[in-house]
Design a protein around this ligand. Structure first.
Ligand SMILES: Nc1ncnc2c1ncn2[C@@H]1O[C@H](COP(=O)(O)OP(=O)(O)OP(=O)(O)O)[C@@H](O)[C@H]1O
Ligand SMILES: [Mg+2]
Length: 364
């Protein structure tokens, strides 16, 4: 999948800009605060219907204006016209110039994978952020997961509410526990399969990027493994925690406590890896995601790499270039053209971003 044309009107610091993308790798060069991340954020909007940076999307409307329009034309198996309009009433999504009623009919039509410097928190932040990573990424490619997860969240909420009641309705708790077990099995199956798929690609990308022999793995620390006995083990866990749950008035075990551990050569990444290594692990993770999404959907997503070069030495920057697939549309932002000096003779298009204006640089 590739975006051929992107237009921004009244979005962030863009008054009116149209960018025509031609090559597989596009480098956005500009000083700080010129609009590089804003441009990538616009592509994220088209992919997920949301911003990856703010929850209040009114901030994305250009100061002094009342609406913002992000529009793109894509080339893929079936060409798409996508449009996001932000206005004072909220947001409207359009697909093929038709207003989309359910956002799930819009999300993922354009599949994009983003590396953002904030992703480095994945190793240190709470398990919640790693679960969010799983939920977002699996959700983008599998509607069954979205459905199972939303049911699980609902049953969990109802179960907790029942446990908090002055008189606990035991029959209700049992019914909700059984429902929770049934949908949790699907969530565990898909989280486990997704982690395995990522693991199949992660080390080879890491070795290519880091120029090293190190082995990277992700361990899925789920409430239990996935196998034919998963449901029985879950029932047993809820039974064992029966008194504890009643005492705490909440559900102490379940998929809402799942976590991931990133392991570098047998050591947890958060205790072992350097800054540069962490960055490379996250980039390798994003490359692995591109491969997994292609395996599942049959189409390559667009890769967005925001401020990817900081902390990378010259040989790793070169390794990144060699590792990127020429047939994956990739947008990379950088403040320094020197970071890509080795790339300029290749099929790379450089765009300069200055105060909300984007211009294709003439080839050197
Ligand atoms: N709603 C808005 N209206 C007008 N300008 C905005 C709006 N939101 C953000 N901006 C401006 O956009 C600029 C930030 O753009 P962006 O984050 O894309 O920078 P960048 O080029 O990625 O910089 P860096 O290299 O520092 O990451 C800021 O100067 C900010 O003032
Ligand atoms: Mg930026």
């Amino acid at each position: 999948m590739r975006i051929t044309r992107l237009s921004l009107h009244g979005f962030r610091n863009y008054a009116d800009a149209t960018i025509v993308f031609s090559d597989s790798i596009s480098v956005l060069v500009g000083d700080n605060a010129q609009g590089k991340t804003n441009l990538l954020e616009a592509v994220v909007f088209l992919s997920t219907g949301r911003s990856h940076r703010v929850s209040d999307e009114q901030h994305c409307i250009r100061q002094g204006q009342t609406s913002a329009i992000i529009q793109a034309h894509t080339e893929n198996a079936s060409p798409l016209d996508l449009k996001v309009v932000l206005h004072d009433q909220g947001k409207s999504l359009f697909l093929q110039n038709q207003l989309v009623r359910k956002s799930s009919d819009f999300i993922g039509k354009l599949n994009a994978v983003l590396f953002s410097p904030g992703d480095l928190e994945l190793f240190e932040a709470s398990p919640r952020s790693r679960r969010r990573f799983l939920d977002t990424e699996i959700g983008k490619i599998n509607p069954v997961y979205v459905d199972a997860l939303s049911k699980a969240n609902r049953f969990l909420k109802d179960r907790n509410a029942s446990l908090k009641a002055p008189v606990v309705d035991e029959v209700m708790v049992e019914v909700l526990t059984e429902r929770l077990v049934e949908v949790s099995v699907d969530v565990i199956r898909l989280r486990s399969a997704f982690t395995q798929r990522l693991n199949a690609h992660l080390t080879s990308y890491y070795q290519a990027l880091a120029l090293s022999e190190s082995v990277i793995g992700i361990t899925y620390n789920g409430v239990t493994n996935f196998d034919p006995q998963t449901a029985d083990r879950l029932r047993e866990l809820y039974r064992k925690n029966r008194d504890r749950d009643r005492f705490l008035k909440s559900t102490s075990v379940g998929i809402h406590r799942d976590d991931l551990t990133f392991i570098l050569d047998g050591h947890p990444v958060d205790e072992w890896a350097s800054q540069g290594q962490r960055r490379l692990i996250v980039i390798a993770l994003k490359c692995a995601l591109v491969a997994v999404i292609e395996e599942i959907t049959g189409e390559k997503p667009i890769l967005l790499l925001d401020d990817v070069f900081s902390e990378l030495d010259a040989s790793r920057r070169k390794a990144l270039f060699t590792t990127l697939h020429r047939n994956t549309q990739t947008l990379i932002s950088t403040t320094d053209l020197h970071h890509v000096s080795d790339w300029l003779h290749d099929s790379v298009t450089v765009y300069t971003v200055t105060d909300g204006h984007v211009e294709e640089r003439n080839r050197l």
